[in-house]
Write a protein that binds this ligand. Structure first.
Ligand SMILES: NC(=O)c1ccc[n+]([C@@H]2O[C@H](COP(=O)([O-])OP(=O)(O)OC[C@H]3O[C@@H](n4cnc5c(N)ncnc54)[C@H](O)[C@@H]3O)[C@@H](O)[C@H]2O)c1
Length: 252
């Protein structure tokens, strides 16, 4: 067991990549607290975890709202006594060109994808510092490195997540807290399903050197490594788990 009895918060654990991360952490002995705005989705992840004999807790939290995040973090500490791992995974993808974008779409994209990372980190840092132990993992995106039409605001948020990861790693290293990011490529989840039609999916697949979309387990395996003590000398990094996409000039 690679994270036996470690207590992990996973935001957006009710679906897709977050769900995959919850399952993998639980399989390796972790106790998982799921923060999701969709309580039923979080519950179904928790039921699966409990069926396999591990512990899980679900809290309905909008991770873009400070008061909800702070209250939920307190609840996890009172339920399990500590927090060892925070995975900031919750995100939204709202498509719009910059020229036609409303301020609401801009604000929601930045709030859920970037501000939430700040809020969740701020809430757990005092506790992690007190225990001189912590692993924070932020889910960015290949679009934190590159751009794409109708996703400039999403790219801005995901690039921000990488910058926040680097800065936090320098602040928290002296407290024995590691902060890293993963930049997923194209991962087969409900978000991808909502964002793309079948034509675009085929074209996108052809541009991935490994010629397949990722699955949540691909991200979960990398996440498990980065939040485990095997990665204790890695901090401030973003690992792109993207089938080679970030290495390609688009002619793959
Ligand atoms: N799927 C991809 O191809 C891909 C690629 C790169 C990065 N990502 C990133 O990975 C993360 C997970 O994406 P996914 O594809 O699994 O998406 P998904 O839509 O399948 O799941 C997102 C989860 O986040 C929850 N959520 C949304 N807003 C929330 C809020 N305000 N508060 C709490 N929970 C909230 C949803 O209820 C859902 O359970 C996101 O940050 C996304 O930007 C996804």
């Amino acid at each position: 067991m690679r994270i036996q009895d470690k207590v992990a918060i996973v935001t957006g654990g009710g679906s897709g990549i977050g769900q995959g991360i919850c399952y993998r952490l639980a399989e390796e002995g972790g106790v998982v607290a799921i923060f999701d705005i969709d309580f039923e989705a979080g519950q179904s992840t928790a039921h699966e975890i409990e069926k396999s004999g591990s512990k899980a807790l679900v809290l309905k939290v909008d991770v873009a709202r400070a008061e909800e995040v702070n209250a939920a973090v307190k609840e996890v500490i009172s339920a399990f006594g500590r927090i060892d791992i925070l995975v900031n995974n919750a995100g939204v993808s709202l498509l719009s060109s910059v020229a036609k974008m409303s301020e609401e779409v801009w604000d929601q994209t930045i709030d859920v994808n970037l501000k939430s990372v700040f809020l969740c980190c701020r809430a757990v840092i005092p506790h992690m510092k007190e225990h001189r132990y912590g692993k924070i993992l932020n889910i960015s995106s290949i679009l934190g490195l590159t751009g794409s039409p109708a996703r400039a605001h999403y790219s801005a948020a995901k690039t921000g997540v990488i910058g926040l990861t680097r800065g936090l790693a320098t602040e928290l290293g002296p407290h024995n807290i590691n902060v890293n990011a993963i930049g997923p490529g194209i991962i087969d989840t409900p978000m991808l399903e909502r964002d793309t039609g079948s034509d675009l999916r085929e074209r996108l697949r052809g541009g991935v050197p490994l010629r397949r979309f990722g699955i949540p387990l691909d991200i979960a395996n990398a996440a498990l490594f980065l939040v485990s003590d095997e990665a204790s000398y890695i901090t401030g990094q973003c690992l792109f788990v993207c089938g080679g996409w970030s290495a390609s000039a688009g002619l793959a």
